[in-house]
Design a protein around this ligand. Structure first.
Ligand SMILES: Cc1cc2nc3c(=O)[nH]c(=O)nc-3n(C[C@H](O)[C@H](O)[C@H](O)COP(=O)(O)O)c2cc1C
Length: 174
């Protein structure tokens, strides 16, 4: 099997926002799809078992999804996708608003508020079935497509994260 063929499936990129004991948690996810358009609409979201976000979704059930716009700052992806909220308050590093107790990114292309209704375990991931409780349009910009992230933003995200860590290290010596 040539798994690179799977890169041609289309996804967006999203930031989950969920409550955590010390601060808000959440991470970048691409594995999201709408699978029913009824009332409420139903999404599936696949989350790595090792992610803190997985534990938090199981405990809290309710979460936000901020749809990343195509002009997203690559640092946002690095901040939420390359480190764990076990060690860091990710949300304090980015512009956001807290609505009804949950954080959402400023300047997202759209926002959803969701509730986990069921889950199923796979080898490395848990698949969460989620009802969409509410939805809002964000800024009128196209949503970011995962393949475009891989082609145009992945390197910039890694670079932004490296700079961020160096700056944090320098500040800790002051
Ligand atoms: C581009 C990108 C896409 C990602 N997609 C997913 C995904 O679909 N599901 C998932 O569980 N993790 C995904 N991740 C990984 C998590 O964002 C990452 O493991 C994060 O550090 C977990 O943080 P947490 O421990 O605070 O939950 C993705 C990361 C990146 C950079």
């Amino acid at each position: 099997m040539d798994k690179t063929a799977l890169y041609k499936l289309s996804y967006g990129l999203y930031v989950v926002g969920v409550k955590a004991p010390q601060w808000f948690g959440g991470c970048v996810v691409d594995a999201v799809a709408q699978v029913d358009g009824g009332a409420p609409p139903i999404l599936i979201l696949s989350c790595l078992k090792n992610n803190l976000t997985n534990e938090l979704l199981k405990a809290e059930k309710e979460f936000t999804l901020s749809v990343l716009p195509e002009n997203v700052d690559p640092f946002v992806i690095a901040n939420f996708g390359l480190q764990s909220a076990r060690a860091v308050d990710k949300w304090r590093n980015v512009p956001h608003a807290v609505k009804d107790g949950l954080p959402a990114l400023q300047d997202a292309a759209a926002y959803l508020r969701c509730r986990v209704t069921e889950s199923r375990e796979f080898t490395g991931h848990t698949m969460f079935f989620c009802s969409v409780l509410d939805a809002w349009p964000g800024v009128p910009v196209k949503p970011l497509v995962y393949a475009d992230y891989r082609q145009n933003l992945q390197a910039a995200a890694k670079e932004a994260f490296q700079k961020f860590k160096e700056q944090a290290k320098a500040e800790s010596f002051l």
